[in-house]
Design a protein around this ligand. Structure first.
Ligand SMILES: [Zn+2]
Ligand SMILES: [Zn+2]
Length: 92
């Protein structure tokens, strides 16, 4: 298999987007926020919390605002996805 260095991106809700996908500005903001969190965690500037709902330690960062990349809340995969599903419903 040829190795094409196409960078794929994982968004805030854990969905993987192939690099071929044309990202709009909002998604780029999202990715930037996600990367800022990963970098801050590596540098110990940010500490991983627990899921706000169930207290699980296996958490992802959730952004209320992508223009505040280090202003995050922590949710496990399940409750994170649930939150996004609720947000999607609420925005319709
Ligand atoms: Zn949870
Ligand atoms: Zn989120």
């Amino acid at each position: 298999m040829p190795t094409v260095e196409m960078e794929s991106a994982v968004d805030d809700a854990g969905k993987v987007w192939p690099a071929q996908n044309k990202w709009n500005a909002k998604n780029r903001n999202k990715l930037r926020a996600h990367r800022a969190v990963a970098a801050a965690l590596r540098r110990h500037e940010l500490k991983r919390g627990k899921c706000e709902v169930c207290g699980s330690f296996r958490v992802d960062a959730h952004h209320d605002r992508y223009d505040e990349p280090l202003n995050v809340r922590w949710f496990c995969r399940k409750h994170h996805q649930q939150l996004h599903a609720d947000l999607r419903r609420a925005s319709k």
